[in-house]
Structure formats: structure tokens, C-alpha cells
Unconditional design. Sequence first.
Length: 481
Amino acid sequence: MKINYNLTLDEILNCTGGKTVIAGDGTTPFVFNEIFTDSREIPPQREGVQFSIFIAFKGKTFNGESFVDSVFKKGTPCAIVSWSFLEDYDISDYPGKIIIAVDDTVDAYGSIAKMYLSRFNLKKKIAITGSCGKTTTKDMVYKILSEKYGAPAVLKNLYNFNNLLGVPKTILELNANHEFLILEIGTNKKGEIKKLAEIISPDIGAITNIGKSHLLEFKDLEGVLEEKFALVSSLKENAYLVLNADDEMLGGKYPTAPGVNFLSFGFGQKKGADIVCGNIGYERDYTSLLIGLKGKKYPANVKFKGDHLIYDFLCALLISYICGTDIGSGIKALENFDLPSGRMQIINAPAKEYVLINDTYNSNPDSLKASLNSINVYYPDKKKILVLGDMLELGDSSEAEHFNAGQEAANFADYIFYKGDYYDNVKEGLLKAGFDAGKLFLFDDKDIFEEKFLKLDKKNSVVLVKGSRGMKLEKYFNFNT
């Protein structure tokens, strides 16, 4: 990937703490304008001197260091590797190359991104985290700021590039036109939020909510809260932290952070929220609401549905307001906002006699409950058909949470199709809540699923498809129709 500003060898060594174990042959360049982490993205041999660096990552199922030889043969002059590379490979094979050894190549990547980010005088750096709603909130903020300042002035991370690899990759895409950087930051391991926040040093931080996600690592809600609040430690002086006032874990629990301005959003049920909404009306194609900020009221009509999405909407409005956008303009920018793929995405298929909702991006106990509540509120007269999959990474609470999910789903569902290892726990919860076992189907094969699903009378129904990413429920439907 081409970067906007050149980086010198000394700068890379200083920020990563790395050591050169081979320093070229005297003609090798010591200034770089390309950084690659995927050997497949490096073009074949190019004519002339090349100014690129390859950073080799090692994971559970891959080892980027095994591709160092091939990237050197493509003409790449420099590679950043771990110290173990020196033991596993014969570096005398590369006398004309620069090899930099570091303790951790992922940390080195983050350090390079942090140093690169310091080159830019951005108006605002925004970091958004939370158990649910990060991507939607990020995309909403991007839409608002792009309409006010122009899309070339705003950079966001794409897809799920919200981790220790994705965030640096996005930062390295910055150029001289950018004025705002919007980053969602995620975690499934203790300490990741702190590391990401240290790379970014945000002007605005936001926590959408605290929910039962990644409990395998964080054990309980207090553990999730502690991880998310690590964002605060790297907020710049006079920065803002935006919180969900209605969240049981966040409401009023502001961490000690001298110089940080706390702002909050909510439905106005608890005192103190800075931006609130009320008069929520549910129409066939949109949601109407009244937004309140500093004594002023702003009517809004949006086409997405669900209280959890309204919270994302409020959070995005408040972040954008801090960035200089008035609330009215923010609302207007989001009137026709399209939700990211796989998040309560209504599939438009006129030929179908039912509403199909793609909510397959992820699932945890809180987001499942929110999705079930949404279809109940917006489609009260329709039959409810649920296609569900396991909620992953819940650790010791997995069986109990799937039992609870079954009890919760029993309050809404007419039929349930289920895929996953926690079927028995879900079934137990369903049956205890009085659900008819004859309307529950286990599946793990597309042909079997389609046979059962096609036979079901779906006229005047809403079909909700929801499960963790690892369940890959999207492959059972054609969501592109």
C-alpha cells in the first residue's frame, strides 16, 4: 500500500524499537513509501529501485515469515520480522536486503501507524467502541461529516478493520486531504482497546453500550466495562467521551479522567443525557422521532427500525455535533441512511410474500434481544419465523445464555430454525417457556434446511436470520435478491 509521506529507516527503528540485523548492500534505499502486510498484494518484480517494506505477522494458522523469501524475490528491499526469524531462516541468503527484527510485529505495525498519524494535523480523531453498534454508528458519523465537509475530507475504517491490524491499515491510508478520522475499535482480548487508543490518541471517544460479548475473555459485564473504559486513558486533553446514558453499566459511571468532557445520549428516561429522543412513532417504512438538544427540538424521520439503532443514531448525531455539524443537518444526512450489510437489513424482494431480515453480522445475548424486540414492535401482526445460530465466545456462561435465549425467543417466535452446538440448551429454554417442539427445527445442511424452509407457509411473515459470524447463516439465503 502506497503511503502519503515517506518514512525513513531511522524513524521506523526509533518508533518500533527494532534492530537492523542486515542493513542492505549500500545501494538499498533507506526511505520507504509502501507498506505491505500481505505478500499477495505486492506486485511482481518492478523496474527501478523499490521503496517498500513487508511486515511479517505470525498467527495461529499462518506465518507471514515464510513469505519473506518470496517478497524479497519480488524486489521488496526491507522486511520487519520477529527475532525468531533469525533462528528459523538463513539470513545470509539476503545480503542485499534490510531485515529489521522486533519483539512483536503486530505491535511494530501499530507503532508505525501511530508515528505516521502524528504527521497529520487532523481536526478530529474519533474512536468508537462498544459491544454493539460500532459499525453502524461509525458509518452514520461518516455520512454526516461527508455531507458537511465532503467525502475526501473524511476517512473511516472499512468492513471489520477494527483490530490491531485493521486500525493501523486504515491510518496508513491517510492523505493530505483528510480532516477527520473515524475509527471503530473492537476487542476480544484484554488490553486491545488500550493499545488501539494509544495508537489513535482520540479527540472524541464513544462507547455505544456494554453487553454480553466476548465473555470467554472478559468473564462478565464488569470485565467488558473495564476493557471499554481503557479508551479513556489515551483521550487527549480537552477531549470528549460520549456515553449511552440509558445503559445500565455506563449510565453515570464516568471514570476519573481529568480534562475530559463527558456527554451522553439516551431516550430521556434518566436525567442528564445531553441529547435525547422522544415521540417515537413506528410507520410502515420509517421511524419518526423528536430529537432534543439544549432546549431545542428537531423532528426526524429515518428508515431504519429498532431502538438499538436509534441509540446509534443519537450517538452519531452527538459525535457529529462536536465536530461542528448542527443537529438539523445531521438528521437530514441520515434520513435515507442504509444500514451496513448484515445488520437488521431488510431484503427487498417484491416476489416474496414475507419480509426477510439479514442480521447475520454477529450475535450476542443483548443484540439478539434487541433484534427480537424490533421485529415484535415493527411487525406486530406478522408471523415470526426465526433462523438462529449459536452465540459464540460466551465462555462459561454459554449454556446458560443459550437457555435464556430460548426462553426469550419463545415470547416472539411462531417457528424457529436453529444451527449450532447449543441447540439442546436453546430447546430446553424454549420448552420451559411453553414453545411447541414441533415448530423447532435443527439444521446443519443447506439442502435439508431449504427443504424444510420452503415447505413452511411464510405468507404474511417476517423472517429474522441471526447468528454469530462463525455460523455463516448468510450462506443459506440469497440476500442479494
